[in-house]
Design a protein around this ligand. Sequence first.
Ligand SMILES: Nc1ncnc2c1ncn2[C@@H]1O[C@H](COP(=O)(O)OP(=O)(O)OP(=O)(O)O)[C@@H](O)[C@H]1O
Ligand SMILES: [Mg+2]
Length: 260
Amino acid sequence: MIYDEGSKNVDNLGLASDVIPETKAIEPHKNKFDINKVILEAREEERRKIARDLHDGPAQSLAAILLDLSILVAELPATEELEKLKKQLTKLQDIAKDSLNEIRQILYDLKPVQLNSSLKSALQDYFDQMNIKFGLETEFQTAGVPQNYPTYVQIAIFRLVQEALNNIVKHASVKKACVFLYESEEKITLTIKDEGNGFNKEKELSKSGSYGIVGMRERTVLLGGTFDIISKPGSGTQILIEIPRKGRHYIGESKGNDSR
Ligand SMILES: Nc1ncnc2c1ncn2[C@@H]1O[C@H](COP(=O)(O)OP(=O)(O)OP(=O)(O)O)[C@@H](O)[C@H]1O
Ligand SMILES: [Mg+2]
């Protein structure tokens, strides 16, 4: 089950309690084949840390500023001289509100993935959320052998889809996405497609301040997979990811306690 705003305790910043979970110690890896798992788990841990820092630092400060501003605005006498000051304070209030909303969105994206049921239903929940929040419709097709690969692999796949869909909402100017997740004995194939703006890869992927696609590629490589983007301006975007299930970068099946 993915975060459900309606059914969880929400704190004074409007954040569900599971957004900022307790840190779990990462078990030291037992042999060299576990190293990629450790790296992927460390990345999730890093997300938790950033979420905690953002929540406890800037988000709390902004909430405090907003509270003080609303008290100030309410207490200012309604005289003509003070009207200008009141307007300026209201402008500051709007900026602080927008910033807090942006931080909430970042925290929402950072939140841990909980695969209580299955990757498929976690993804479906996420697509439903994206539909409610941004009006994005996702066609989701999945087929193949049962999804019995380890939790850290499922979380990595979830994060890959998450970033691709965020990009579609942010950059593609379309309201429809397609996600295909196919599995065979040999590999997992993940395709995320949109028929939106498309982009010039050489130009867009070399600019500074963009980390999403770099992160997707890194995640895929850590799973021993391949990552391709087919895109050009005006022709939509297709992301093709293949992750081997056997071979040199053997992912293996879930063994023992790998849940987080
Ligand atoms: N589906 C898409 N449609 C159109 N353009 C896209 C799409 N996905 C990515 N892009 C382009 O590629 C660029 C790089 O994407 P990337 O996800 O790496 O960074 P970003 O989304 O700009 O920032 P962030 O670091 O927050 O992810 C984007 O800025 C955008 O110009
Ligand atoms: Mg991005």
